[in-house]
Ligand binder design. Structure first.
Ligand code: COA
Length: 219
């Protein structure tokens, strides 16, 4: 399905835009139902994750729009090692309230929270964060029905990747990182097209840490 670029656009996610917020939550939930953030539910995503973490400047997200509909999302993170811990210093009350409401509406979320609290981020991510030249792609997703869409000879996910790389290159970043479970062959193949290297995680079973030199993605 090859389409013209006139119908296609990539915009920066605005947490105060209701349609942006609704779609980023919907797409995240649809494409990665097993992730911690989705496990904590839409209240957590809307009240804390996509709002506070964006406003503090740790997350910057991008949305792909095709014929007026948001069909893809990409979330970047400037704190690959310490995202939640660093944000808690400023947003402890917002975080606690969002968690409280999430658990109140679905008590089984408590186990998701406990599991996440026990999780230790990979030391390689600390090294990347300390060097200050890496950013993480926390989430990338295209709705299934538009995954085959080609605009200007390129699929939606590749357009989003190029857009974020373009911006981060200009800001002096040198590496893209990310954590990928080994079963996610689509993601491994996707970044593999840019010759990403995968280091086995030392803290997560069957997961890898991606090392993608930013110059591998031509913009
Ligand atoms: C990851 C994602 C953004 C990549 O976008 P994409 O448009 O599918 O990327 P591409 O088609 O260029 O590359 C993916 C490759 O994996 C292949 N693939 C897809 N699903 C696969 C599967 N279940 N097993 C093995 N290979 C698979 C595709 O055929 C393609 O290979 P090809 O180009 O040789 O045919 C998209 O697949 C997606 O939205 N996935 C769901 C969310 C997700 O897992 N995000 C990554 C973790 S945050």
């Amino acid at each position: 399905m090859a389409e013209s670029a006139e119908d296609f656009n990539i915009v920066v996610f605005d947490p105060s835009d209701k349609e942006h917020m609704k779609r980023i939550i919907e797409i995240h939930t649809a494409v990665l139902p097993e992730s911690f953030v989705v496990g904590m539910g839409p209240i957590f995503m809307r009240r804390f994750y996509y709002s506070a973490l964006t406003r503090i400047g740790f997350l910057k997200s991008y949305l792909a729009i095709y014929k007026g509909e948001i069909v893809g999302m990409l979330v970047t993170n400037r704190m690959p090692f310490s995202l939640i811990r660093s944000s808690l210093k400023k947003y402890f009350f917002t975080f606690s309230w969002a968690v409280f409401l999430s658990i109140l509406t679905k008590p089984t979320r408590l186990s998701t929270l406990i599991e996440t609290a026990r999780y230790k981020p990979d030391p390689l991510l600390k090294q990347y964060e300390d060097e200050g030249k890496s950013f993480e792609i926390l989430t990338i997703g295209v709705v299934a029905e538009h995954r085959k869409l080609v605009v200007n000879d390129m699929k939606v996910a590749h357009h989003m990747l190029k857009r974020v790389v373009e911006e981060h290159k200009a800001a002096g970043f040198e590496r893209v990182t990310g954590q990928i479970v080994e079963s996610n062959q689509a993601a491994l193949k996707f970044y593999g097209k840019y010759n990403a290297t995968y280091h086995p995680s030392t803290v997560r079973v069957a997961a890898v840490i991606m090392d993608l030199p930013i110059e591998n993605v031509k913009v």
